[in-house]
Write a protein that binds this ligand. Structure first.
Ligand code: NA7
Length: 538
């Protein structure tokens, strides 16, 4: 139904997305007395945890830090069942939050925003949905997520496959039956690894098409009983402050001691200890230099290769699974459970698509440079247009009618990943150039950004003029600082979605602010304390 001529619904704030960000933004802005509506394209709560319901999906952050801190009652009432909860549990948690705080009445599902126009005369956003519905809001909050716009591989014939076919980010709600099926999967990132280790023993045969092998860490998942939960709950008051004071928003952080000040035997002992923890602490609680120094990085890379190699029976397969041309931690490090043992099974074949490229996908098979692989099902774990994808998918027109995707055609520019100059009162979370874009335990950084946005909205409402935006100079300065911090790390040397290399034609730059979530939080607080010097009010 097209209702585009209808009178727009008048709001103080429109929030787009009902995931971790959108729910919290709705809660916070409503608490401050704003008339808020959240719109969501899905039919349920959860964002990432609504869409990504593929087999094996679970968090790589522990449940004790993958949650909201704003309500002590919530912290007492919700019982996590595992250290690393699965998708269903996280989705249930977010639904529980929505119900407990009566958020649902202000969420409209099945509503995809297609455009947003800033009207300079009224200083309001006019937002249009796919159904032609319109909203007029003073503030626009993009809770659209960093990993939302999924991508299919650029392989000839991808539309021709006649069997069952699923992208992991659009996995069906109904159970998928793998029994007796020849399944092919493209993609061995964090998602592909979770799928592969979960379905290998359920399929007739699994063919894994791998382009880049990954460094991974074995997950030490634990079931939590009442006693374990009570112990963890006792740590919440400390944790809730702690997470905002660490590099990546986790409970753990880099040690004080430098890599080169620590004797090799001591370094090895620490690596073993962190490895045993079975979490991302091996990545972001070892040595800071692993991100910036080739030698430190090589030592960690060698350690992981040694650990992985020991688990694979066939030397030729091991050679394909061991990364050699980039350093540990310069791409997202997935946690895994018995992943490498999968390749010791008779019903699993690994195809290295660099030495044996996929030529085309056919109705019932995949043709590579060396063979034809007959398949009943295709799984695409091929990732996302990270950071910018969900934002540029909407026609966002700021001051002077300039499209955001045009404003970014020469490269992304944001002020601290929170706002873009020329787009007054539009706030972003998990956007490029902030830690939440990738180097952060998502709920920590999302809550920090939403809290900052809420305070800023309140600040603007207390002013005679109704719109705020960063100056172009402040934005230029942030971009320069962002790039300088990025260049001091090894991350830009490696191809990854962090750098945008997974998307054809995407301008390459580091998506995420690499200065640390703790440093970033402080910088955001300083902006507020100095009275928003970097912004103009109109
Ligand atoms: P990722 O990490 O972007 O992984 C996508 C995978 O798909 C990766 O292995 C890609 O290889 C592979 N890919 C993509 N296109 C192709 C083609 N054409 N041929 C072969 N292989 C291809 O996405 P995920 O969903 O796993 O993870 C995203 C984030 O979600 C993750 O980091 C967590 O934070 C949660 P490549 O590595 O590009 O060579």
């Amino acid at each position: 139904m097209t209702v585009s001529n209808s009178t727009p619904k008048i709001l103080d704030a429109l929030v787009i997305g009902a995931g971790f960000t959108g729910l919290y933004a709705l809660y916070r802005l409503r608490e401050r007395g704003l008339k808020v509506l959240t719109v969501e394209s899905g039919t349920g709560i959860g964002g990432t945890w609504y869409w990504n319901r593929y087999p094996g999906a679970r968090t790589d952050s522990s449940s004790t830090v993958y949650q909201y801190w704003f309500s002590d009652e919530l912290l007492q009432e919700w019982n996590w069942s595992e250290r690393f909860p699965a998708q269903k549990e996280t989705e249930r948690y977010l639904n529980f939050v929505a119900d407990k705080f009566a958020l649902r009445k202000d969420i409209q599902f099945n509503t995809r925003v297609t455009r947003a126009d800033y009207d300079e005369s009224s200083a309001r956003w006019l937002v249009t949905t796919q159904n032609g519905e319109r909203f007029s809001a003073q503030f626009l909050v993009m809770g659209t997520g960093g990993l939302t716009k999924f991508v299919m591989p650029n392989i000839p014939g991808v539309e021709d496959f006649a069997g069952e076919s699923h992208h992991t980010a659009r996995w069906p709600k109904e159970p998928v039956d793998f029994a007796g099926k020849r399944v092919g999967i493209i993609g061995t990132g964090a998602t592909g690894i979770q799928v592969i280790q979960t379905i290998a023993d359920k399929v007739d045969h699994l063919t894994v098409f791998q382009r880049t092998p990954n460094y991974t860490i074995p997950m030490r998942n634990l079931k939590l009983d009442d006693a374990a939960r009570a112990e963890l709950r006792a740590s919440y008051p400390t944790l809730k402050t702690r997470v905002h004071n660490t590099f990546a928003g986790f409970e753990y952080d880099f040690g004080e001691r430098g890599f080169f000040d620590t004797p090799p035997a001591e370094r090895r002992r620490l690596m073993e200890e962190l490895w045993q923890d079975g979490s991302l602490s091996f990545w972001i609680a070892g040595f800071r230099e692993v991100f910036s120094d080739e030698r430190a990085n090589r030592e960690f890379s060698d350690f992981v290769r040694e650990k992985i190699g020991a688990r694979i029976n066939d030397a030729a397969i091991a050679a394909k699974l061991l990364p050699t041309d980039y350093g540990f931690g310069t791409r997202r490090v997935p946690l895994e459970t018995n992943y490498f043992e999968v390749y010791n099974r008779d019903n699993v074949t690994l195809v290295d698509t660099v030495s044996e490229p996929i030529v085309k996908i056919n109705a019932h098979s995949v043709t590579t440079a060396a063979r034809e692989v007959p398949l009943d099902m295709m799984i695409y774990a091929t990732g996302f247009d990270a950071g910018t994808g969900a934002l540029t998918a909407i026609d966002i027109r700021g001051r002077g009618g300039v499209l955001l995707k045009d404003a970014w055609s020469d490269g992304v520019r944001t002020f601290m990943g929170l706002q873009v100059s020329g787009y007054p009162n539009m706030f972003m979370v998990m956007a490029p150039m902030s830690p939440s874009a990738a180097f952060c335990n998502v709920p920590t950084c999302v809550q920090q950004q939403v809290d900052w946005i809420t305070d800023t909205v309140e600040f603007v409402r207390g002013q005679a003029r109704g719109a705020i935006e960063p100056t172009a100079e402040a934005e230029t300065k942030w971009v320069a600082h962002h790039n300088e911090v990025a260049e001091a790390t090894l991350v830009p040397k490696t191809k990854s979605w962090y750098m945008g290399t997974n998307i054809d034609g995407k301008k390459q730059s580091l998506l995420v602010y690499a200065g640390g979530a703790n440093v970033y939080r402080q910088l955001c607080d300083d902006v507020k304390k100095r009275g928003y010097e970097e912004f103009t009010l109109t």
